[in-house]
Design a protein around this ligand. Structure first.
Ligand SMILES: C[S@@+](CC[C@H](N)C(=O)[O-])C[C@H]1O[C@@H](n2cnc3c(N)ncnc32)[C@H](O)[C@@H]1O
Length: 333
């Protein structure tokens, strides 16, 4: 999509932002409490995009979302006649569409979030997981905390969190990023631990594990300086062996009936697709966890994209544009 007919001066991002602000306004003023929806994508479509609009055509905007809200309920709420959105006198009609894939094009810049820890996950991924799979006051674990995204979200959402990493730099940054005030009594505790050995944590003590491991050595977090850093491992089988140890620890510390979520991506070697995510997932199953969800997460803003775009054209392969967000459960025995 290049332009919206009648709104040629607006960039797509601007139209998306106007739509988002309007929906935020509706949420605040029109009691959307019962509607469980997370916006994944906002996309103008219809006659104003195809170039066949008339003078009085509305602008149709598709709202792709995940969550339990029914499409018809959301449709009625978003198109409430009392608060119709108009952009330059063009009426906007929203068409909600429920999807299974998650996509968070916005990096998230509230609280102390910054996205300069390479390969950090979107605050919205952490937020969605926390809201969906835990309750206020519960204890979460992210044992590969990186830049601190999960800890910031846990604090905002009134969950307690134990966070750890092998990299002291990650722990320092996380501690610093937690220096903001909230009106709840949640606590945050950080430790320098290897995820393969969480022996300081008791069995059955954690309400939700959520973490984002390295994807083999695609991003080397400590440039080979820390021996325990799993991002030093190039060999996929050896990486999976180590991730199985991590999975065993997650299984041990998790309370029965509770969830463990990990985000994993795939890679290519010698032009061939390597299903790293599925191979790691298999090790989690081996450790005793059961797979509740395999959520496909669309990938944005990947630093390596430029390099791979050239490569993919040279060698005729497709770019990897998704990751897997696996949600496991520890079943009651
Ligand atoms: C993908 S990053 C995590 C990013 C984080 N979710 C964020 O939003 O900033 C992976 C992290 O795993 C850490 N790590 C690597 N090996 C580890 C291990 N054996 N135990 C704990 N952490 C490890 C790295 O230091 C890195 O910070």
């Amino acid at each position: 999509m290049d332009t919206v007919q009648g709104l040629e001066d607006y960039k797509l991002k601007e139209i998306q932002n106007i739509a988002l602000s309007h929906i935020d306004f509706l949420r605040e003023n029109f009691h959307f409490e019962d509607l469980d929806f997370f916006i994944q994508n906002i996309r103008p479509f219809g006659s104003r995009i195809s170039g066949f609009s008339k003078k009085n055509s509305d602008l149709d905007i598709k709202i792709e979302y995940t969550g339990n809200a029914r499409e018809d309920d959301l449709f009625n709420a978003l198109n409430d006649k009392k608060a119709k959105l108009k952009i330059e006198n063009i009426k906007v009609d929203f068409y909600p569409e429920k999807i299974e894939a998650w996509a968070f094009p916005r990096r998230g810049n509230w609280a102390t979030h910054v996205s300069d820890w390479r390969g950090n996950w979107s605050p919205e991924v952490a937020r969605n997981l926390i809201l969906r799979y835990s309750k206020e006051g519960e204890v979460l674990l992210d044992s590969m905390i990186g830049g601190g995204t999960t800890a910031i979200e846990a604090k905002i959402l009134n969950r307690n969190i134990i966070y750890s990493d092998v990299n002291q730099e990650a722990l320092d940054r996380t501690k610093k990023s937690l220096g903001f005030k909230v009106e709840n009594k949640s606590w945050q505790r950080g430790f320098k631990w290897d995820s393969r050995n969480l022996s300081k944590l008791e069995d059955n003590s954690i309400d939700l594990v959520l973490t984002h491991p390295p994807y083999v050595d695609i991003i080397k977090y400590s440039e080979g300086k820390l021996v325990d850093d799993l991002s030093n491992i190039h060999d996929i089988e050896a990486f999976c062996d180590e991730m199985e140890k991590v999975a065993k620890e997650f299984f041990r510390v998790l309370k029965p009936g509770k969830f463990c979520a990990i985000l994993m991506g795939d890679t290519r070697r010698n032009k061939m697709y390597q299903p790293l995510a599925y191979r790691v997932m298999d090790r989690f199953l081996k450790a005793g966890l059961l797979l509740k969800e395999d959520i496909i997460k669309r990938q944005f803003n990947c630093k390596a994209t430029g390099f791979w775009v050239t490569k993919s054209k040279e060698s005729n392969f497709l770019l990897i544009m998704h990751e897997h967000l696996f949600v496991f459960v520890k079943m009651l025995k």
